[in-house]
Design a binder for this molecule. Structure first.
Ligand SMILES: *Cc1c(COP(=O)(O)O)cnc(C)c1O
Length: 393
């Protein structure tokens, strides 16, 4: 066989063609639809944070390769944030690593910690980069399905326990959870922690929506649970919290041993990234509580606007306790195939959404669910709601 007659994309990645987001965003453009598919805000974050980036750039801070672990100002700010919010103390020099967004943190962590054949348990539906990163690391993903229960998607703890085998290396947790909006409760997290300790598992926890938690829900980092700090890699990001998703500033907090391992992989992925933005995010993390509560209130109002509109349009709505996504069930509309529904929706109603099935291995389990993002301006959401109401007939 010549080198080009063999499939060019290797077997590990063969199942990951172009993402659904590319297809749906193209459809949004060609039909003039409102794009509630991909989760990025349509307004930038705080002006003072943007100005901080401009200042850093002008002052020549971060225009050349920043230090591999991240600039000291940002590492210190991350450690201070974890301490102030959660009482978790990390040494900025040995226990904090700055990455090119949470995406690189996830990839580097899995590339560093997995041997080929190691099993990784992840909640299904899962964020799309998890599957690809597990595959690139040669791991085997073992999905545990979150199922609808009394208005939200919940974890079946017995199913989780049963999924652990002698080959399980790590649990990949995401709370607040994209795409379902589930925020794991203290009891659920305690059970996960107990299981991790009992079976001696590493835990990677993606907490990029830590500041987007609504109503009575509370974000509790897994690292705060007994026996967890020493086995948990916590992943955060500035993108979602400060509405600068293009800056790609993320981070890892963990033990010196785990951080060193993750850095070993990270240094050969990007080495470093986002120089001037690192200084700006250091300032953003030190913003007063009023910024974080105003951001949450603003997103809460958007959630309520879109949730009410989707309900009126005939969807069953799973009101999210966190994140900026709403998962819906399309069966009350007489539909059952989320893929077909989302491909037709731009023509039918001028709105783009994402079929949750793409986040599942067990596609049939996710078939009737469709995700809408609400991190958009109120008038955009209002127009989307108006359009979607045409579905109700
Ligand atoms: C957006 C998102 C990420 C990626 O974050 P970046 O910092 O943009 O790389 C990771 N995990 C989840 C669950 C996300 O929604």
């Amino acid at each position: 066989m010549t080198s080009t007659s063999r499939p060019l994309l290797n077997r590990r990645l063969a199942e990951f063609g172009t993402t659904i987001f590319a297809e749906m965003s193209a459809l949004a453009l060609s039909t003039g639809s409102i794009n509630l598919g991909q989760g990025f805000p349509d307004t930038d974050g705080p002006e003072e944070v943007r100005e901080a980036a401009v200042r850093a750039l002008r002052d020549g801070r971060g225009n050349q390769y920043p230090p591999g672990p991240g600039v000291p100002e940002l590492r210190t700010a991350i450690a201070a944030h974890q301490e102030r919010r959660y009482g978790l103390s990390y040494d900025p020099d040995t226990e904090v690593l700055v990455t090119a967004g949470a995406t690189e943190a996830i990839a580097a962590t899995l590339l560093a910690l997995l041997e080929p054949g190691d099993e990784v348990i992840a909640f299904e539906p899962y964020y799309d980069s998890y599957a690809a990163s597990i595959a690139m690391a040669g791991g085997t993903r073992v999905p545990v399905t979150l199922r609808p229960h009394e208005g939200s998607f919940r974890l079946d703890l017995d199913e989780l326990r049963a999924a652990v085998t002698d080959r399980t290396r790590l649990l990949l947790v995401n709370t607040p959870h994209n795409p379902t909006g589930t925020v794991l409760t203290r009891a659920e997290l305690a059970a996960i922690a107990e299981l991790a300790v009992e079976r001696d598992l590493l835990v990677v926890t993606d907490e990029v929506y830590e500041h987007l938690v609504f109503d009575d829900s509370e974000h509790l980092p897994l690292a705060t649970f007994p026996g967890m700090r020493e086995r948990t890699v916590t992943i955060g990001s500035a993108g979602k919290t400060f509405s600068f998703t293009g800056w790609k500033v993320g981070w890892v907090t963990s033990t010196p041993g785990l951080v060193t391992a993750v850095r070993s992989a990270k240094q050969f992925l990007t080495y470093v990234a986002s120089g001037p933005f690192q200084y700006a995010v250091a300032e953003a993390l030190a913003l007063p509580d009023s910024y974080f509560s105003a951001f949450r209130e603003d997103m809460l109002a958007k959630r309520d606007l879109l949730a009410a509109g989707l309900t009126e349009a005939g969807f069953e709505v799973f009101r999210p306790a966190g994140t900026y996504f709403i998962t819906t069930d399309i069966r009350p509309l007489g539909e059952s195939d989320g893929f077909a529904f989302c491909r037709a929706l731009p023509e039918r109603a001028g709105v783009v959404a994402i079929p949750n099935a793409v986040f599942y291995d067990h596609r049939e389990a996710g078939a009737p669910f469709v995700r809408f993002a609400f991190c958009k301006r109120a008038q955009v959401l209002e127009e989307a709601v108006k359009r979607l109401k045409s579905l109700a007939g």
